[in-house]
Design a protein around this ligand. Sequence first.
Ligand code: R5P
Length: 265
Amino acid sequence: MDWGIQNRLNRLIQKDGRALFLPIDHGYFQGPTRKLEKPGETIKPLIQYADAIMLTRGVLRNCVDPAIPKPIILRVSGGNSVVGEDLSNEGQITSINEILRLNASAVSMSIYVGSKHEHQTLLNFASLVDQCEDYGIPVMAVTAVGRELEKRTARYLALCARIAAELGAQVVKTYYCEENFEKVINGCPVPVVIAGGPKVDTALEVFEFVYDGIQKGAIGVNLGRNVWQHQYPVAMIRAIRGVIHENLNPKEAQQLFEQVKAGKA
Ligand code: R5P
């Protein structure tokens, strides 16, 4: 692998081979998402526990201090909205010059396998990889399902993850699935991180799926709403960090969560 890509990946993926990415890019198609109305405020108490943040150039420029000590994963696909006709109708929204100007450590782009705009998003993705390879920028594929969350089966996710890797992704972000998640990992030759999806009912559920995903070979998470939409976001991110970087099991993560929540850790 090219030295520049490897160097940037090393900023994102820690020495233990694991990673905790904190995405705050949701506004690019959802607008002012709950608890992300002021993204700069949302991340202030969380940033120290994340290995990288994922966001668009608009939020980066307007809401984030350039002295931020964490690497940036720049979301560079968009052009759609929750009220538009079809979420899969995305294009590249940020040029390679802008990616370099903003000193991104990596970029991310969604692909919509099986959707009306599958072909377009896959070609966009391959083109982005070509542009980024010229400058040593790693590309993370976001395997998107649009509104159809029920698509998240191992068979479908394995298909998406493998296609992303075949097109040149250095990292793949996919969803977790309870059954046969190892199939997604086994068929994907590059590191996989798990997204959280819409907020689930309990903190323990999050620790359980992150733990299980890691046991089955994911290197970490790119997890947003289940952290910053939670009533205790710092306790959430610290407990998830414990699962990823300190090998806590779900019960131990829950204990850490309770301690942080009570101000005892
Ligand atoms: C979608 O808006 C983005 O790609 C998110 O970065 C991704 O879905 C992860 O965030 P969450 O854990 O909230 O699903």
